[in-house]
Ligand binder design. Structure first.
Ligand code: GLA
Length: 749
């Protein structure tokens, strides 16, 4: 029946579905007596069989059972695909629906399935995609609620080239009553054992994406956001790893949500050692009125299986997100080396100063000048003007158009900062539309950085901001936009929605953000977008669909950045990671690090500068020029090569990572030592990802080593790196915050 499909195998008789691409297998079936879905297996690929009956596990256990006389029909003891609460399962559900009667007992039963070549898009939401229908196959399971005219559609996409399954759910109300959706997760899965640890990314402003690994308790653990953005605090990601899993070894199950709003990633171990993992919109502070004939589509979750450690998982995410989540003209292009004026001037600039920076940037080889916050309204500090997106003529007498023309005459592109979702009370926009702020009538509303949140759940608000931005962009000659979002939403309430729909506001808000992005991208496809939210508070897969790069953190200190970039790389590719060289003493932590260290860290990302480059000494300028020449030469490798983490800043004084070209003919290794060590032992850095039989020349010297040798023995860290005796790691180099790059190039005979 399913002959046409290579990766979706269906056993019609036993109603088993096997998604496999030769690397991974995902297996589930329809339970015969209740039509619900039972999870059977997810992991390394397995050969297909004409039945998998033997994977069904049933024990008679003291519990509630669905069918009289049957003591194995407790859903609490059955591994499921998309569980519901009640009707014998007492664990956390993937869905909760309140019926008009007030109860929440559902009974979704298999009705039919459909298979597609390729992958259908998700209406209004970011998602992975294919360019050719042979790249993926999608299975849609349609379940019918026996108690209502609700249908539940579960989508599973298996990709030919990635060890990932993309999942989402769609609820369709074919009836005449309204239902309240109170939980609608994107994916859920029950693993047959509890032999896992939890890896996730947490943080705060200026210290985003700190990697944490913890044992999992029996009971429930989760990471989440209820801040209106994916947030600095947790990233919409978690991984379950085996206790012996390392960066390069052992099983990993990675879960990532393609969404920028409130999320929940949760793991629950029950008393029979089953591990339930789920990810989706955070049910806390969420409800959705599903009216007659309406549809609710959840965001997409991506589940990655990796056999060879965290790096293996990251590489799947990097490749999939770089090639089939990011979109548009910039997706495959090398990204411009930018210079941003924020840490150079903050709000205090005029046109002359800006042109000075742009001119110096162009002379040094930079390719894009970005004018950050402070160019509009009366914005001289952070108390004013958000929402009035027209130029301040005192600072910029010829407006944005005039400035961009002058900047471009210097032979450098022009970029501009916006914070479209925000409003300050001293603006014309607020005078005209005081009701556009998110606020509960009659109750106080909080500010964050002196600003308030525009109600992006309302189309007229989104349209108005589009028009303001469009007025600047239409003749502004803007090549790049930095889209910022500098506070969380705390009183999520829309004056345009009735009381019973207030639970929809957070989700409607983020849909409004997506709509504005979509409209701008459609009209200005050549503009490169970089998303930002007080640094990395919206560094999430949802944003990557619109903005192929994101500002990783407001913390530009090279040492702090080791952790931030290392953690961020767990899910996100280097081509997405905004990383700049900034001034010393560093503005966030006051640390002094060398230009070399700052550059060597920033190279592993999109790369740019964020300091007053007009103040650099001649010697520093020469250094910057050389660094830029080096980066341009190797930019493709940095941004499109395979990134591999070697040594973690979270557990070691030494951080190391590398990028390898697809054909393994070239690699660059970054090695960083935070504190200096006296009287050093012999040290070696074992590399990964090289071709065993290729001979690599190191740093253009006469030293060459084979790939297998470098991956077994490693680089020897003497001064000249060839194993000759050197004097205590070259005495002049004994210092804190030390770094070194190694360039490896295969020698072709
Ligand atoms: C946020 C961003 C910074 C900068 C400022 C401007 O903090 O993360 O990079 O753009 O806003 O106000």
């Amino acid at each position: 029946m399913n002959d046409n499909f290579q990766m979706i195998k269906v056993n019609d008789l036993t109603k088993e579905f096997h998604l496999t691409n030769g690397k991974i297998s995902y297996l589930f079936r329809v339970i015969q007596n209740n039509g619900q879905l039972e999870h059977l297996y997810f992991g390394k690929s397995m050969r297909h069989r004409d039945h998998f009956d033997y994977l069904t596990e049933r024990e008679v256990r003291p519990s509630n059972n669905q069918f009289e006389g049957d003591h194995t029909s407790s859903m609490e003891h059955i591994k499921q695909e998309y569980p519901t609460f009640g009707a014998t399962d007492f664990r956390h559900p993937a869905q909760q629906i309140r019926y008009p009667k007030g109860d929440r007992i559902t009974d979704f039963r298999y009705e039919q399935h459909k298979s597609y070549h390729g992958k259908p898009a998700l209406t209004g939401l970011p998602a992975t995609y294919v360019e050719d229908s042979t790249e993926a196959e999608t299975l849609e399971i349609i379940l019918q609620d026996t108690y209502s005219e609700l249908k539940l559609h579960l989508f599973y996409t298996v990709f030919a080239d990635y060890s990932a399954i993309a999942r989402s759910a769609k609820y369709v109300n074919h009836g005449a009553e309204t239902f309240s959706l109170e939980a609608a997760m994107s994916a859920s899965i029950d693993f047959p054992d509890k032999n896992f640890e939890l890896v996730h990314l947490n943080g705060a402003w200026a210290r985003e994406n700190q990697m944490e690994r913890t044992p999992i308790i029996t009971g429930t653990q989760s990471v989440s956001s209820a801040r209106g953005a994916s947030s600095h605090v947790h990233n919409p990601f978690m991984a379950l790893v085996r206790p012996d899993t390392t960066e390069h070894h052992g099983e990993v199950y990675g879960f990532s949500l393609i969404y920028s709003g409130n999320f929940l990633a949760q793991v629950e171990i029950d008393t029979y050692q089953v591990t339930r993992a789920m990810i989706g919109i955070n049910p806390f502070e969420f409800s959705w009125q599903l009216k007659p004939q309406e549809v609710f589509q959840t965001p997409e979750a991506v589940m990655v299986y990796a056999e060879h450690g965290l790096n293996d998982m990251s590489q799947t995410f990097h490749n999939l997100y770089r090639k089939r989540l990011a979109r548009g003209e910039w997706r495959d292009k090398e990204r411009p080396i930018l210079v941003n004026n924020w840490e150079a001037t903050y709000f205090d600039f005029n046109e002359e100063k800006i042109l000075d920076i742009a001119k110096t940037g162009a002379e040094l080889g930079m390719e894009l000048f970005v004018l950050d916050d402070g160019w509009f309204g009366e914005r001289h500090d952070d108390t004013s003007s958000l929402g009035d997106w027209f130029e301040n003529r005192d600072k910029l007498p010829d407006g944005i158009k005039g400035l961009s023309t002058k900047v471009k005459q210097l032979n450098i592109k022009f970029g501009l900062w916006f914070e479209p979702e925000m409003i300050c009370k001293d603006t014309k926009l607020f005078q005209e539309h005081p009701d556009w702020i998110m606020q509960v009538p009659g109750k106080s509303v909080s500010h964050g950085r002196n600003q308030f949140v525009l109600d992006f759940s309302r189309q007229e608000v989104v349209d108005h901001i589009f028009e303001q931005m469009d007025a600047i962009l239409v003749d502004g000659n803007v090549d790049y936009i930095k889209w910022d979002m500098n506070r969380y939403i705390s009183e999520a309430y829309s004056l345009a929605l009735p009381a019973e729909q207030q639970g929809e506001v957070y989700h409607r808000y983020i849909l409004g953000v997506y709509r504005l992005y979509e409209r701008l991208i459609e009209k200005y496809p050549h503009i490169l977008f970089e998303s930002c939210a007080g640094g990395g508070a919206r560094f999430d897969p949802g944003m990557l669909y619109y903005a192929p790069q994101a500002w990783a953190s407001d913390d530009t200190d090279a040492v702090e950045r080791l952790k931030i970039q290392y953690g961020t790389s767990l899910v996100y590719p280097l081509s997405s990671m905004g990383s700049h060289v900034s001034a010393v003493p560093n503005h966030q932590v006051g640390r002094m690090t060398s230009l070399e260290m700052r550059t060597n860290v920033a190279y592993f990302g999109t790369f740019g500068y964020e300091l007053d480059i007009t103040l650099l000494s001649d010697e520093e300028k020469e250094q910057v020029k050389r660094d830029i020449v080096f980066f341009k030469k190797h930019r493709k490798l940095f941004q499109q090569g395979q990134f591999i983490r070697l040594s973690s800043p979270f557990t070691s004084n030494e951080t190391a990572w590398m990028v390898v070209s697809e054909d393994q003919s070239e690699a660059i290794v970054g090695y960083y030592e935070v504190l200096a060590k006296p009287n050093r032992p012999y040290e070696r850095l074992v590399l990964k990802g090289l071709a065993e039989d290729k001979l690599y020349r190191i740093n253009d010297s006469d030293v060459s080593r084979f790939g297998d040798d470098l991956m077994q023995i490693g680089l020897l860290f003497g001064e000249n790196f060839i194993g000759k005796a050197s004097e205590y790691w070259a005495k002049e180099k004994i210092k804190d915050f030390n770094s070194k790059l190694f360039h490896l190039k295969a020698i072709t005979e």
